[in-house]
Design a protein around this ligand. Structure first.
Ligand code: GDP
Ligand code: IMO
Ligand code: MG
Length: 428
């Protein structure tokens, strides 16, 4: 394993943080390539829980270089708080082990306000965003008015760009929403202070990664969100504003596609979704409640209850195709313990016709009726199991059936949130 990309195959919260932390031990560099602090990656080590939003899940090892790539949108106040929180828990965060791209775009308070007002304005048709200003920040990027880390580091450039942006944003707040705008001096001074605190970490991370890869260092790319939240491949418009799929790593970190050796897709043993949008296998019954309570399915970033449902093979095959997934990491198999029957969605039906490829149209997706295959569950506690052979027979059958249906092998099975609660099926 030299360069590996870890991607979410569902709607996020698959356990990417846990799998990244686990594989980080065997890597030297861990990179975030998209998203912002809308992400919430939980890592548990020695009974302590760490909630990471912007910092890669390799930070718990002091000797790993953690990189926030150019494709990430960075809210400096959230990042500085995350650094302080980690330091308070005894985690080392220094300019040697944290690097931030000088091309990464910066999130401002006006982005958060735009996110809130736009969601409110949509009424019942809101997307259910995390309200962290992520969409508006990416919008400014594509509109070519964004402010990047390198701009923030230069007081004069920053002054000019912020002034122009605020004139425009304040007019929108006032004229469209009848709301107060933001004071230039206040944002300017606050962000100048952030700039000085972040300056030691800011560098050209594309050059850094290129050189580290040439030296043969093992690099792990940690996706945020998931395939079905991808701006192009997700359930548009109920998606995030970036590219969680593996291709996003090349643009979001400044590496060429020929550098990537492996793509690991992280799959939860069932499906969850936070926020709005269609969800064919959603369970609005007591089984859905069972999965939410047993799996503690509440958002890491917003605390919202996650919608829960059965695993969906149509979705997983789609994720494998669009990211070129080479192996899968199955998480939260332990959450299924205690269910008498477990269902697998093997296809969709629309008006009697079987659909095998994940549809682009939301109208079609809403009409899809899942086709289920039912399997027997198991009741044994599996959190202490460390080899595939020791899993209960029905758990083994479930994993083997998933593998057969998706057509890609599992390299890891996670049976609990802690680092060691992991079954490794293939050496990395
Ligand atoms: P991410 O956004 O993909 O990193 O996932 P989250 O951290 O938002 O959500 C996954 C949750 O499941 C976290 O609370 C993890 O600690 C937890 N988790 C990860 N793997 C397992 C597992 O195999 N079993 C159990 N019970 N919990 C897990
Ligand atoms: P991790 O990395 C789950 C969802 C939001 C909303 C949609 C758009 O922890 O898997 P945004 O604020 O990004 O504009 O919201 O995307 N969403 C996530 N759902 N896990 C995440 O990240 C998410 N990040 C955003 O709930 O539906
Ligand atoms: Mg999460």
């Amino acid at each position: 394993m030299s360069v590996t990309v870890i991607v979410g195959t569902q709607w996020g919260d698959e356990g990417k943080g846990k799998i990244t932390d686990y594989l980080a031990e065997r890597s030297e560099v861990v990179v975030r390539y998209q998203g912002g602090n809308n992400a919430g990656h939980t890592v548990e080590k020695d009974g302590v829980q760490y909630k990471l939003h912007l910092i890669p899940s390799g930070i718990l090892y002091p000797d790993k270089i953690c990189v926030i790539g150019n494709g990430v949108v960075v809210d400096p106040s959230a990042l500085l708080k995350e650094i302080e929180d980690l330091k308070a828990k005894g985690v080392e965060v220094k300019e040697d082990n944290l690097k931030i791209s000088d091309r990464a775009h910066v999130v401002f308070p006006y982005h958060i306000k735009e996110d809130e007002l736009e969601e409110k304005g949509k009424g019942d048709e809101d997307l259910g965003t995390t309200k962290k200003g992520i969409g508006p920040c990416y919008r400014d990027k594509t509109e070519r008015i964004g402010i990047r880390m390198c701009d923030l580091m230069n007081a004069e450039v920053f002054r000019e760009k912020l002034k122009k942006n605020l004139e425009r944003k304040n007019k929108i707040f006032k004229d469209i929403y009848g709301e107060e705008g933001f004071d230039f001096e206040q944002i300017f001074e606050t962000y100048r202070e952030y700039a000085e605190r972040l300056r030691p970490y800011v560098t050209d991370t594309s050059v850094l990664l290129y050189n580290l890869a040439k030296e043969g260092k093992k690099i792990l790319f940690e996706g945020a969100q998931g395939t079905l939240l991808d701006l192009d491949f997700g359930t548009y418009p109920y998606v995030t504003a970036s590219h969680p799929v593996a291709g996003g790593a090349t643009i979001g970190a400044g590496i060429g596609p020929t550098m990537i050796d492996n793509v690991i897709g992280v799959v939860k043993a069932y499906t969850t979704r936070v926020g709005k949008g269609p969800f064919p296998t959603e369970l609005k019954d007591e089984i859905g409640d069972f999965l939410r309570e047993k799996g503690y399915e509440y958002g890491t970033t917003t605390g919202r209850p996650r919608r829960c449902g059965w695993i969906d093979i149509v979705m997983l095959r789609y994720a494998v195709r669009v990211s070129g997934i080479t192996s899968l990491a199955l998480t939260k198999l332990d959450t299924l313990t205690g269910l008498e029957k477990i269902k697998i969605c093997t296809g969709y039906k629309i008006n009697g016709k079987i659909i095998e490829d994940f549809p682009a149209s939301l109208e079609e997706l809403k009409m899809c009726e899942p086709i289920y295959e039912e399997m027997e569950g198991w009741s044994e506690n599996i959190q202490d199991v460390r080899s595939f052979e020791d899993l209960p027979l029905n758990a083994k059958k479930y994993v083997k059936r998933l593998e057969e249906l998706v057509g890609v092998e599992f390299s890891i099975i996670s049976v609990g949130p802690e680092r060691e609660e992991t079954i490794v099926l293939r050496n990395f």
